[in-house]
Design a protein around this ligand. Structure first.
Ligand SMILES: NC(=O)c1ccc[n+]([C@@H]2O[C@H](COP(=O)([O-])OP(=O)(O)OC[C@H]3O[C@@H](n4cnc5c(N)ncnc54)[C@H](OP(=O)(O)O)[C@@H]3O)[C@@H](O)[C@H]2O)c1
Length: 346
C-alpha cells in the first residue's frame, strides 16, 4: 500500500480525492486546505482527513472543523504526494516540504517545466511517455489541453508519420470551471504566449505544432480546433479509424456544443459531471485539400484525473501501461462512459 496525500482541495484536488479514496491499492492520507471555508465541511463530510498549515489549526478549530493535523505532518507520514496547489504554488511546496523530507511528488500542469521555478524535468502524457516516468521523483502531469493534444496527436503520428507536415491548434477555453465562484467576464481574451506548444514538445519533441488560445465566457469545457496539414490528406474514415479503440477518446456526432456534453455527463450522474476524455465531433471533421480539421471538446477538469492516476502507477508501482490502463478504467469507468456518450450523441 502506498500512502498518498493530496496537497490542495480545489477543482483538481477534490476530484483526485474522490478517485484515490476509492482506490483499494492506495492508503489515502487526506487532503490539505488553506482557507477556512465551506469546502472544509465538504471534505469532512466525505470523511477525508483534512490537514492545514500549522499556524492555522486554531482558526479551523474555532470554526468547529475537526482537522487532523498540519500539512507538514501529512507530508511526513506519506510515501507520495500529489500536489494540487493553485498554479505556481507547487514550487514552494517542493522546496519547503517535499525536497527536505525526500518525498516524491506529482505536480499539475500549471507548474513550470523550465526556468528558475521548474518543479520537474518531465511532463507526463499517458498515451506517449507513460513508462519514462517509472521510478522518477518529480513529474508534471500535463494540463488538460496538453493532455488532450497528446491523446489526439500520437495515434495520428503512429499511423501517418512523416505524411504530417504541421499542426495548428486553436484552443477555445472556458472562463471558469463549474464550481468556481469567480464571475464569467463578457469578453474573448487571447493568450499572448500560450505554454501548450512547448509543453507538448516535451513529450513529442518533433511536433511541428503551433497553438493559439482564446478564453470565452463559458463554464462548459474547452474546444480545440486542430488543423493538420498533410502532404496528401487521408479520407475522413481513415482519420476516425485511428481513434476507434483509443482510451479516453469518444467519437460523437449530434452534440451542438460543449454544454450539451457537460450537461449530459451531469444528467447521467458521472462523478463531478466529468467525462474524463476528449470527444471528437465527427460532424465537423473536415478534409479540405491538404488539411484535416478536427474539432474535439476537452473535459478540462476531468481529463487530468485518470492521467494523474496513470502517472502514480508509473512512478510508484512501475506498472506496465496495459495493466495501468485496466486499473484506471476500472476506477473511472471510462470505457463505459465512452460507450454511453457515443450512444447518446450518435
Ligand atoms: N481546473 C482545471 O480545469 C485544471 C485542469 C488541468 C490542470 N489544472 C491545474 O491544476 C492545478 C490546480 O488547479 P485547480 O483548478 O484545482 O485550482 P483551484 O480550484 O484554484 O484550487 C487550488 C487549491 O490550492 C490550494 N492551495 C492554496 N495554497 C496552497 C499551497 N501552498 N499548497 C497546496 N495547495 C494550496 C487552495 O486551497 P484553499 O481553497 O483552501 O485556499 C485550493 O484548494 C493548477 O496547476 C492548474 O493549472 C487545472
Amino acid at each position: 500500500m502506498v500512502k498518498v496525500f493530496i496537497n490542495g482541495y480545489g477543482n483538481i484536488g477534490r476530484r483526485l480525492a474522490s478517485a484515490l479514496s476509492a482506490d483499494k491499492e492506495v492508503q489515502f492520507v487526506g487532503v490539505a486546505k488553506y482557507t477556512v471555508d465551506d469546502k472544509v465541511k465538504e471534505a469532512l463530510y466525505h470523511r477525508y482527513n483534512v490537514f492545514v498549515p500549522k499556524g492555522m489549526i486554531p482558526a479551523f478549530k474555532d470554526k468547529g472543523y475537526d482537522v487532523t493535523g498540519s500539512v507538514e505532518e501529512a507530508v511526513r507520514q506519506s510515501d507520495f504526494v500529489i500536489d494540487a496547489a493553485k498554479e505556481g504554488g507547487g514550487y514552494d511546496n517542493k522546496k519547503s516540504l517535499y525536497e527536505p523530507m525526500g518525498k516524491p511528488a506529482i505536480f499539475q500542469g500549471g507548474e513550470d517545466r523550465h526556468g528558475e521555478h521548474a518543479v520537474a524535468d518531465m511532463i507526463h502524457n499517458s498515451r506517449v511517455n507513460y513508462s519514462k516516468a517509472a521510478g522518477r521523483t518529480y513529474v508534471i502531469q500535463g494540463s488538460c489541453n496538453v493532455s488532450g493534444m497528446g491523446r489526439m496527436m500520437q495515434p495520428l503520428i503512429e499511423k501517418f508519420g512523416s505524411r504530417i507536415k504541421r499542426y495548428d491548434v486553436q484552443l477555445i477555453r472556458r472562463w471558469a470551471d463549474l464550481e468556481d465562484t469567480k464571475p464569467v467576464k463578457d469578453s474573448i481574451e487571447w493568450d499572448r504566449n500560450p505554454h501548450h506548444q512547448d509543453d507538448v514538445r516535451d513529450f513529442i519533441p518533433a511536433a511541428n505544432l503551433y497553438v493559439d488560445a482564446f478564453k470565452v465566457p463559458s463554464r462548459m469545457m474547452h474546444l480545440h480546433q486542430m488543423f493538420i496539414r498533410f502532404d496528401r490528406a487521408p479520407a475522413k474514415d481513415e482519420i476516425l479509424e485511428c481513434f476507434r479503440n483509443e482510451f479516453g477518446v469518444a467519437i460523437i456526432s449530434s452534440a451542438k456544443g460543449t454544454g450539451d456534453v457537460r450537461k449530459k455527463a451531469l444528467e447521467l450522474g458521472f462523478a463531478h459531471g466529468d467525462t474524463n476524455m476528449v470527444h471528437i465531433h465527427q460532424d465537423i471533421l473536415r478534409v479540405q485539400d491538404d488539411t484535416v480539421k478536427i474539432g474535439y471538446s476537452d473535459d478540462q477538469t476531468g481529463m487530468v484525473i485518470p492521467e494523474n492516476h496513470m502517472l502514480l502507477q508509473s512512478m510508484a508501482f512501475k506498472r506496465s501501461r496495459e495493466e495501468a490502463l485496466k486499473r484506471s478504467d476500472s476506477l473511472f469507468h471510462m470505457s463505459k462512459k465512452r460507450k454511453v456518450l457515443e450512444e447518446e450523441f450518435k
